[in-house]
Design a protein around this ligand. Structure first.
Ligand code: SN0
Length: 320
């Protein structure tokens, strides 16, 4: 595997889930695979699960992780081409990328959407530069439009907890005080569309996800109706994707607290499990009651981040 951005990069999902099961059961069975190999984990943005689970996955494979926090430990980097560098950014990605990749075998990048320029974000400008100028396999650790390590961990979690062959999975928008990227819902939708689940999306009007990710998944604007009979409720806030009105890209269109997932919402489901990628704003996205209930999967879901990352790194090491 040369890059990990989309569900198509992992191939057959049944095979990937079986590999995840084996990795989880015997995480050290491939501890020689990463011997004398190095992964560079580059963070342009904050992280808790991603930086820890990625390092843990690398260590399980016997690989050395190097973590770099851009702007804190390094020079501030310019990401746009053709600009006069007279501001606060001291180095361009054009030089920084080949320098970084000269010290490693694999590279993971966290680079959130700026939410200012839809075309810049949706063409994955920063990630594409790492592919073009790095010459090493690249993992998106949440880039402008995707968070595949999260979506793979979510799929593993659904596979572990599903009580029927084809569960109903509902992705619901929920309110948040800040404008957040669409990477998590984009990838979740892309992966659920590829999985053997009955997938429904619900959000206020104007929050329509890009069709490259949402595909033909049904969108139900009545949240309660969408949640009826759900086996898994996946909550997430995202800002306006700008599909219907590009001028609204990255904006907060609603802070309607009626969308906060609480006990009344869960009551219409099929005793559903609650999921969220974390970090979560309690009593904005989800009530304490729901996230603290035994049906909340947020912790096992986060634990599976080390499993999804290990499968991806294992595949990349095997194809070096
Ligand atoms: C990120 C997002 O894409 O929504 C990362 C999720 C894995 N979340 C945030 O930035 C939350 C920040 C906040 O202030 O709650």
């Amino acid at each position: 595997m040369k890059s990990f951005f989309h569900v198509s990069d992992i191939g057959d999902l049944g095979v990937a889930l079986e590999e995840a099961r084996q990795v989880k059961a015997t995480p050290y069975a491939w501890k020689h695979l990463g011997e004398d190999k190095t992964i560079m984990l580059v963070f342009f943005n904050s992280s808790l699960r991603t930086r820890l689970s990625s390092q843990k996955a690398a260590l399980n494979l016997g690989m050395n992780p190097i973590v770099l926090n851009i702007g804190q430990d390094s020079w501030k980097l310019e990401t746009e081409m053709g600009v006069v560098m007279d501001g606060d950014k001291s180095e361009h990605l054009r030089e920084a990328i080949p320098v970084m990749t000269s010290y490693c075998d694999l590279i993971g990048i966290r680079s959130f959407a700026g939410l200012q320029d839809r075309a810049f974000d949706y063409s994955e400008t920063v990630l594409r530069q790492f592919v073009e100028y790095g010459g090493k396999p690249v993992i998106s650790l949440e880039s402008a439009t995707v968070h595949p390590c999260q979506a793979f961990a979510d799929l593993i979690t659904i596979e572990e907890y599903r009580k029927k062959k084809r569960p109903k999975v509902v992705l619901t928008w929920a309110p948040h005080p800040r404008a957040l990227p669409q990477a998590v819902p984009n990838s979740f939708a892309e992966w659920m569309n590829a999985a053997d689940v009955d997938f429904v999306i619900t959000h206020p009007r104007g929050y329509e996800l890009d069709s490259a990710f949402a595909g033909n998944a049904p969108v139900e604007y009545d949240q309660m109706k969408a949640l009826e009979g759900a086996d898994f409720v996946y909550a997430k806030n995202w800002s306006c994707p700008g599909v219907t009105d590009p001028a609204q890209y990255g904006q907060i269109l609603s802070k309607d607290m009626g969308w906060t997932v609480d006990a009344a919402h869960m009551a219409v489901t099929n005793n559903a499990y609650f999921m969220h990628c974390l970090p979560v704003r309690r009593n904005m996205i989800v009530s304490d009651e729901v996230i603290d209930a035994p049906t909340s999967l947020v912790i096992p879901e986060a634990a599976n981040r080390a499993v999804s990352a290990q499968v991806v790194m294992k595949r990349m090491l095997e194809s070096l």
